[in-house]
Design a protein around this ligand. Structure first.
Ligand SMILES: [Zn+2]
Length: 172
């Protein structure tokens, strides 16, 4: 018998899981996030049967439909890291990065560690570099006048086509 059931932790987190075992109520679930959560917050869980069938194809459909409807992967209410498709396990490598917001108490690692913004040696965190960059950016919008033809414009474009590159330069 294939069974799909919902586990609700007494702290509120939910976990959608499936089992083919007769002892399904004792099955704690295999998700990485969920298991860590249980390790930290204990095993106060309620298990509610959602669906059971002997038909694997039907089971897969129901699993996917429930996963989608509950939005288990994206929802912070669910510990699931991947869609429950009825056949694969509930584990799932680095998918946990998508859960739990910025600080991740379960993994002792920040989700945003992977984002550029928070990299320690990101030049944007360095005030001096920032000042230099903003000077540079100012330059882009500086209006300059070509001494050869008298045209004015943004310094970047002007330097490309005027000043030393000006058509009028050699016509003097
Ligand atoms: Zn010019």
């Amino acid at each position: 018998m294939y069974r799909l059931f919902l586990k609700t932790h007494n702290k509120g987190l939910k976990y959608l899981c499936k089992s083919e075992q007769e002892e399904w109520k004792k099955y704690l679930g295999s998700g990485v996030y969920w298991k860590r959560y249980l390790k930290i917050y204990g095993k106060g869980i309620e298990t509610k049967l959602l669906f059971e069938t002997n038909d694997l194809e039907e089971f897969k459909k129901v699993c996917l439909a429930e996963s989608k409807e509950r939005n288990i992967v994206e929802s912070e209410d669910y510990a699931n890291l991947i869609m429950e498709n009825g056949v694969d396990g509930g584990g799932g490598g680095d998918y946990w990065l998508g859960k739990g917001g910025e600080d991740h108490p379960l993994f002792g690692r920040k989700r945003s560690d992977l984002s550029e913004r928070n990299v320690e040696n990101n030049p944007m965190n360095n005030l001096e570099t920032r000042a230099k960059l903003s000077e540079k950016n100012k330059g882009k919008h500086e209006i300059v006048t070509c001494p050869h033809c008298g045209k004015s414009g943004g310094s970047r474009a002007m330097k490309r086509h005027h000043f030393d590159n000006c058509k009028e330069k050699n016509n003097g």
